[in-house]
Ligand binder design. Structure first.
Ligand SMILES: *[C@@H]1O[C@H](CO)[C@@H](O)[C@H](O)[C@H]1NC(C)=O
Ligand SMILES: *[C@@H]1O[C@H](CO)[C@@H](O)[C@H](O)[C@H]1NC(C)=O
Ligand SMILES: *[C@@H]1O[C@H](CO)[C@@H](O)[C@H](O)[C@H]1NC(C)=O
Ligand SMILES: *[C@@H]1O[C@H](CO)[C@@H](O)[C@H](O)[C@H]1NC(C)=O
Length: 282
């Protein structure tokens, strides 16, 4: 009897592991996605209206773009909030305590387009709310796919999407991207480009500040582009790997670094439970 209860408990605990593993392999295809696949994605809102995306990097820090705020704010009106854990922009709401915009951010060059939001409270982690690690790589393989997500426009001059969407775009080498944007803006080492030369897949208005992810690590922040998904104009993202020291200096990211996410914890608990069960059977 005791063992039966234990077995049932074990099955219940093991069930979500499959979901977690699916989360990590990221099945390509489809535009609308489940927040469970991108649980680090947040919506940043003002008066309840979504205006930018962001990524949860610690339980009380959201990494976003500088151009979403343009200036640092030591205290923020309660009308600013972050919403987490939902397919829509109406998830669990957390108020923002302060906003730090990179001091070198320049709206003319769009260089250093990064900001850190400190929340008033720590978020509760779950299957739909979890943290993402920042990539510290020097460079990425040209053509390798990365996932960008958000509730932004479904087309240039379009409207916001009710449901969270994602698209996979290939990383473009900086030299090629520099050439493509040469008449418009200088592509710096604090930028990373991703998109198809022929266009058609991209981030757009309302996705700003949102995450570009490869191998479960944050590699970019939606920064700018010439229109959306236009031929010859890939999306330009903030290259977070070159700004990670600034993030560590200005948040509790270092402390959270290597934090086990919800799925890993479950996996550990399940492993221990299986071992205990096996021992009982013997
Ligand atoms: C994804 O979006 C594109 C463009 O809006 C559309 O052509 C395509 O059918 C969509 N795919 C799915 C699986 O919904
Ligand atoms: C989010 O959307 C997916 C389908 O895309 C659905 O299976 C899931 O139940 C939704 N989650 C919530 C919390 O509504
Ligand atoms: C958030 O969690 C950290 C430890 O992870 C703790 O130091 C801090 O006091 C917490 N903040 C709040 C507002 O609960
Ligand atoms: C979107 O609007 C801008 C400004 O009105 C215009 O220049 C651009 O051509 C429009 N793009 C599309 C795809 O309609």
């Amino acid at each position: 009897m005791y063992q039966l209860i234990y077995l049932i408990f074990l099955l219940i605990f093991n069930f979500p592991i499959d979901l977690c593993i699916e989360t990590n392999t990221r099945i390509v295809g489809g535009n609308i996605t489940d927040i469970k696949h991108l649980p680090y994605q947040v919506s940043i809102k003002y008066f309840g209206l979504h205006f930018c995306g962001g990524a949860l990097i610690t339980r009380n820090t959201v990494l976003s773009a500088a151009h979403c705020f343009t200036e640092s704010l030591t205290s923020v009106s309660p009308f600013y909030a972050v919403s987490v854990g939902s397919n829509t922009t109406t998830g669990i709401v957390y108020q923002i305590k302060s906003v730090l915009v990179h001091p070198m951010y320049d709206p003319d060059t769009i260089n250093y387009d990064i900001s850190l939001l400190t929340l008033k409270n720590n978020v509760t982690l779950s299957e739909t709310v979890s943290l993402i690690q920042i990539s510290e790589k020097d460079s990425y393989t040209t053509g390798s796919l990365a996932t960008v997500s958000g509730w932004g426009y479904e087309k240039e001059n379009g409207t916001l999407s009710t449901l969270l969407r994602k698209v996979n775009v290939p990383v473009i080498n900086r030299r090629d991207c520099k050439q493509l944007y040469q008449n418009m803006i200088t592509i710096t080492r604090y930028m990373i480009c991703a998109g198809f030369y022929e266009g058609g897949k991209d981030a757009c208005q309302g996705d700003s500040g949102g995450p570009l992810v490869q191998n479960n690590q944050l590699i970019g922040v939606v920064s700018f582009g010439m229109g959306c998904a236009r031929r010859g104009y890939p999306g330009v993202y903030t290259n977070v790997a070159n700004l990670v020291q600034w993030v560590k200096k200005n948040s509790n990211y270092q402390m959270n670094y290597g934090v086990k996410n919800f799925c890993v914890n479950r996996l550990l608990i399940s492993t221990v439970m299986i071992m205990v069960y096996a021992m009982q059977v013997v």
